[in-house]
Design a binder for this molecule. Structure first.
Ligand code: PLP
Length: 425
């Protein structure tokens, strides 16, 4: 990769040169899939909110593991196993650095954001949420941050409260304030909406939750890939994300939990590697994070995730976010010129997600025609049916950008939409 971060000079009293502008042309060659075609056309991959593409460095890290490091971890006394254990624990430390947690014991490896939320709802929720307690969510939430709480609420007799959004897709903070009360046990909110792109004011919302005596969980599935994250600064109690959305492999993700809270939580699943001692009468459990990692984990996934975090850090999350924002402005300007196209979600603070509807074509037809043009976008409710209900629509077409996207990708989308207009308009 041609781009390097200038951050290394910081803190050593050396002058910090301004970071050179980021250009995706320097790194697109790192992504094998971006060199492929779809229906014989140049691939314009604009479904990054669903999953990101993987650079060669991530693919190589996983191949290296299977070629020369593969062994089970935390149990072998032989060299290979000890090396695999060290690599897995180094990956945990890499995640800690990336989100600025205070201690690597606050990092639990899970399958993804969905499993992380289920873990908290089952373990922490089971131990702490009682009949009549309240959990606050928002209209913006992905189903992954709704259904586990609904299941908990049903088991515990608790009540879900929902923060509404305005027409732009921003959370109504005055309504949030009114929902907080002494019965509120937890606030679980997304940091970036996958359906609309809204960036929510999580720092402020966490502070408000704490002032009401509640804990706060932040769903970072869509923020970690696009914004620099500092969990100490956000001051949340839990933070979750998925590796596959930040250039890492599928099947690996992270639950960050404040240490004192994680250590007090009961196990989520039982099995090997999460115990201290087992007899048929009684089991004592390992400390966190091992307590929450029953069974053989996704070792190659953790190594792939660490390689992905190294990769995006090499560019610099600030530069990457700045570039994506410029590309978002370019895309929104181009799309807003298309007659009959309405952008859904116009928050002042927005990540590079553009949901839209066309007055003359169903989103699924839009997606199919664009596919024929080599343009991959997502159509549907984006696992956010309450957002669709809020706008009274069944679905949107969604283009979601990443740092390896270019103006050429956006222009290909716009050209494809002209074909849609020819067919349906
Ligand atoms: N939360 C948000 C905001 C998401 O966008 C997604 C996936 O799209 C998830 C949670 C669930 O992520 P995963 O399916 O990787 O567990």
């Amino acid at each position: 990769m041609a781009v390097t971060s200038m951050k290394s000079a910081r803190g050593r009293g050396e002058p910090v040169a301004p970071a050179p502008a980021f250009s995706p042309d320097d790194i697109r060659g790192d992504f094998p899939i971006l060199q492929t075609t779809a229906h014989g056309k140049r691939l314009a991959y604009l479904d990054n909110a669903a999953t990101s593409q993987k650079p060669q460095a991530v693919i190589a890290a996983m191949t290296r593991y299977y070629n020369s490091q593969n062994a089970n971890i935390h149990r072998g006394v032989y060299q290979l196993s000890m090396e695999a254990t060290a690599a897995y624990e180094a990956a945990r430390e890499r995640v800690r650095q990336f989100i600025n947690a205070t201690d690597s014991r606050e990092i639990v490896f899970v399958r993804g954001a969905t499993e992380a939320i289920n873990l908290v709802a089952t373990s922490w929720g089971g131990a702490n949420v009682r009949s009549g307690d309240e959990i606050i969510l928002s209209t913006l939430e992905h189903h992954s941050n709704i259904v586990p709480w609904q299941m908990l609420a049903k088991r515990a007799g608790a009540v879900l409260r929902v923060i509404p959004i305005n027409d732009a897709g921003e959370l109504c903070l005055d309504e949030y304030e009114k929902l907080l009360n002494p019965r509120t046990r937890l606030v679980a909110i997304t940091h970036v909406s996958n359906a609309l792109g809204t960036i929510t004011p999580v720092r402020r919302m966490v502070r408000m939750a704490h002032a009401a005596g509640a804990l706060a969980l932040v769903d970072g599935a869509q923020s970690v890939p696009h914004l620099p994250i500092d969990v100490q600064d956000i001051d949340c109690d839990f933070f979750v994300f998925s590796g596959h959305k930040i250039c890492g492999p599928t099947g690996i993700g992270v639950l960050y939990g404040r240490q004192a809270i994680l250590q007090a939580m009961p196990p989520y699943q039982g099995g090997g590697d999460m115990i201290e001692t087992v007899t048929f009468d009684k089991t004592t459990y390992a400390a966190a994070p091992q307590r929450f990692e029953a069974g053989t984990p996704n070792i190659s996934g953790a190594l792939g995730l660490a390689a992905a975090l190294d990769y995006v850090s090499g560019i610099g999350m600030d530069r990457l976010a700045g570039y994506e924002h410029q590309l978002l402005l370019y895309a929104q300007e181009k799309l807003s010129r298309i007659k009959g196209l309405k952008i859904v979600g116009t928050a002042a603070e927005k990540a590079a997600v553009i949901s839209f509807v066309l007055s003359y074509a169903h989103p699924h037809d839009v997606g199919t025609i664009l596919d024929g043009q080599g343009v991959a976008i997502r159509t549907g409710h984006h696992c956010c049916q309450p957002v669709m209900d809020r706008y009274g629509i069944p679905a949107t077409a969604r283009a979601s950008l990443a740092f390896y996207n270019t103006r050429e990708d956006v222009d290909q989308l716009v050209l494809g939409l002209e074909t849609v207009k020819e067919v349906f308009g």
